[in-house]
Design a protein around this ligand. Structure first.
Ligand code: ARG
Length: 246
C-alpha cells in the first residue's frame, strides 16, 4: 500500500540521516609538539590545538577524531583522504595555500632560536658556519635555509622538533630554530639544561590554521563557523589561558 511505501521511504531517510550525522572527521596531528599537540600517558593526542578544534567542532555540530601522524607526509594525508583535517600548529603560508585550504587563523607564532646559555651565538646572523637543527619542512627549516642556503650541510634536519632540541642538549648542533611556543615549553621542562632563547627582528609573524583538502569548502565553512563562535563566546580565551596563562 501507499502507507507501507511511505513508511519504507521514511525508514531509509532516517537511516541515511543517522549515518550522515555519524560522520567523524579524521584529524592528523604530529603529536610531538607540546603544548600544541602531544600524547598523554594513555597515548591519547592532547593539547591546545586539540582543545581548540574540538571546541570549534562541537559548536559547528561535527565530530572529530585525532590521530598521531608523522609530520613528514602529513599534508599528503589530505589529498589521499586518509585524514580530513591537519591540526598540527601549521603555519599558513602562500606556498601551502596552493595545495590545500586553511581555516581562519587561530594562533599567532614566531620563530625562536634556542642555544646553550654559554653559547657565543648572539643573533640570527651568527648561525652562519654553525650547525643548526630544524624539523624537516617546517617554517623553521625555511628561515634557516634563507640564511645558510637550501642545501647547506650545516642544516641538520630532524623528523621531530624534540629530536632537534635533544641534539642541542647533547651538543650535536649549535642551535635550533623552531616555533616560539614549543621552544619555550621545552626550556620550561628542561630547566637544568641551561638553554636560552634568541629572537630576531627578521622573523615574521606566523599564523596557525587548520588545513583541509583543497576545495573542501563545506568542512572549512564548518570549522570557521565553530572558530568564530568560540572566539566570540569566551571559549577560545579560556583554552588559551589554560595553556599560555594570561
Ligand atoms: N609552524 C611550523 C610550520 O608550520 C611548525 C609546525 C610543526 N608542527 C608539528 N606538530 N610538528 O612549519
Amino acid at each position: 500500500s501507499m502507507n507501507r511505501l511511505f513508511a519504507a521511504v521514511l525508514g531509509l531517510a532516517l537511516v541515511a540521516g543517522a549515518q550522515a550525522a555519524e560522520k567523524v572527521y579524521q584529524v592528523a596531528s604530529d603529536a610531538a609538539y607540546a603544548p600544541f599537540e602531544w600524547q598523554d600517558k594513555n597515548q591519547k593526542v592532547v593539547g591546545f590545538d586539540i582543545d581548540v578544534l574540538s571546541a570549534a567542532a562541537a559548536k559547528a555540530g561535527i565530530k572529530v577524531q585525532f590521530h598521531n601522524t608523522p609530520w613528514e607526509g602529513i599534508f599528503a594525508t589530505l589529498a589521499t583522504g586518509d585524514r580530513d583535517i591537519v591540526a598540527s600548529a601549521v603555519t599558513i603560508t602562500p606556498e601551502r595555500k596552493q595545495t590545500m585550504d586553511f581555516s581562519d587563523p587561530y594562533f599567532e607564532a614566531k620563530q625562536l632560536i634556542a642555544v646553550t646559555a654559554n653559547s657565543p651565538i648572539k643573533r640570527f646572523a651568527d648561525l652562519k658556519g654553525k650547525k643548526v637543527g630544524v624539523q624537516t619542512g617546517t617554517t623553521g627549516d625555511e628561515v634557516v635555509q634563507k640564511l645558510l642556503g637550501k642545501t647547506s650541510p650545516n642544516i641538520k634536519r630532524f623528523e621531530s622538533t624534540p629530536l632537534a632540541l635533544q641534539e642541542l642538549l647533547s651538543g650535536g648542533v649549535d642551535a635550533v630554530v623552531a616555533d616560539n611556543g614549543v621552544v619555550v615549553n621545552f626550556l620550561a621542562n628542561n630547566k637544568n639544561a641551561k638553554l636560552k632563547t634568541l629572537d630576531d627582528p627578521s622573523f615574521a609573524k606566523e599564523h596557525y590554521g587548520f588545513a583541509v583538502k583543497k576545495g573542501n569548502k563545506d568542512l572549512l565553512a564548518k570549522i570557521n563557523k565553530g572558530l568564530a563562535t568560540i572566539k566570540a563566546d569566551g571559549t577560545y580565551d579560556k583554552i588559551y589561558r589554560k595553556y599560555f596563562g594570561n
